[in-house]
Design a protein around this ligand. Structure first.
Ligand SMILES: Nc1ncnc2c1ncn2[C@@H]1O[C@H](COP(=O)(O)OP(=O)(O)O)[C@@H](O)[C@H]1O
Ligand SMILES: [Mg+2]
Length: 259
């Protein structure tokens, strides 16, 4: 089910403001790709352009091309809502639905489909998704309790369970560990490692050690100067990126000389 993503000559705007310019990259299926770079260089913006979430902001638009397994994401025949279902997103702050139980949180995406689900089918999805998110053993005896009652790290795994419950092809994660403690962070990193056998994962992280630990490939984004658009400076295997990057700016960033 996992899909590859190709980005070509992508420019991303907020109204008249060109936030990111000229991105080209190939994201491999069943791999983890990390986006790194200083704050404001457009990592989140690029991520949101990969599932058409960018354009929910009034005036926001893209130019260029994004294809998912050869299918053009911005083709006029494509339904953006269907795209967002197939390409799931996990955010910086865990955002379980506050009034819903753990059980109903997992199913929230599936419930949006018009089709009515049998109880047994719903139970199966909940169990499979929570197992997939490494959360089942911790919550199986309290599925009817509120999702908000979980710890931050558990809430984030609940959000990952909710994202995978609809069987997406790609998972986008925007700094999914930045609000978590080190132990929860480590649990999410282990989970990302397991999930990549089924999903294509793109993760934004401000933590370079995390990028080095979890990703197969890394994209380094930067700004030429304040007010200038962000751009992709280098895209390479993570190993090469951290050992011997091609670009001097990458080297400077990774070695902590700026950003
Ligand atoms: N909703 C928005 N409206 C207008 N400009 C935005 C919006 N979100 C981000 N930007 C701008 O786009 C640029 C890239 O931001 P962002 O993608 O959030 O960077 P990063 O995730 O790398 O920190 C920044 O100049 C930021 O101010
Ligand atoms: Mg961001």
């Amino acid at each position: 089910m996992a899909k590859s993503i190709d980005v070509s000559d992508l420019d991303i705007y907020y109204g008249d403001f060109l936030a990111v310019q000229g991105v080209n990259m190939h994201v491999r299926a069943r791999s983890v790709t990390a986006f790194i770079g200083p704050s404001g260089c457009g990592k989140s913006t690029v991520l949101r352009s990969l599932n058409r979430m960018h354009e929910v902001i009034p005036g926001a638009r893209v130019e260029g091309k994004v294809t998912v397994d050869g299918q053009s994401l911005y083709d006029s025949a494509i339904d953006p809502v269907a795209v967002r279902r197939q390409i799931g997103m996990v955010f910086q702050r865990p955002n379980p639905f506050p009034t819903m139980s753990i059980y109903e949180n997992v199913l929230a995406g599936n419930r949006l489909n018009a089709k009515k689900m049998k109880k047994s089918e719903a139970d199966d999805i909940v169990e499979r998704s929570l197992k997939g998110a490494n959360l089942w053993n911790e919550v199986k005896d309290r599925l009817a309790k509120p999702g908000m009652g979980l710890s931050g790290g558990q809430q984030q795994r609940l959000c990952i369970a909710r994202a995978i419950a609809v069987e997406p092809q790609v998972l986008l994660m925007d700094e999914p560990c930045s609000a978590l403690d080190p132990i929860s962070t480590s649990a999410i990193e282990d989970l990302i490692h397991e999930l990549k056998s089924d999903y294509t994962i793109v993760i934004v992280t401000h933590n370079m050690q995390q990028a080095a630990r979890v990703s197969d490939e890394t994209g380094f984004f930067n700004l030429k100067a304040a007010g200038q658009p962000g751009h992709l400076v280098e895209f390479n295997s993570t190993q090469k990126m951290f050992a011997n990057p091609d670009n001097e700016a990458t080297e400077a960033y990774i070695s902590g000389r700026f950003g």
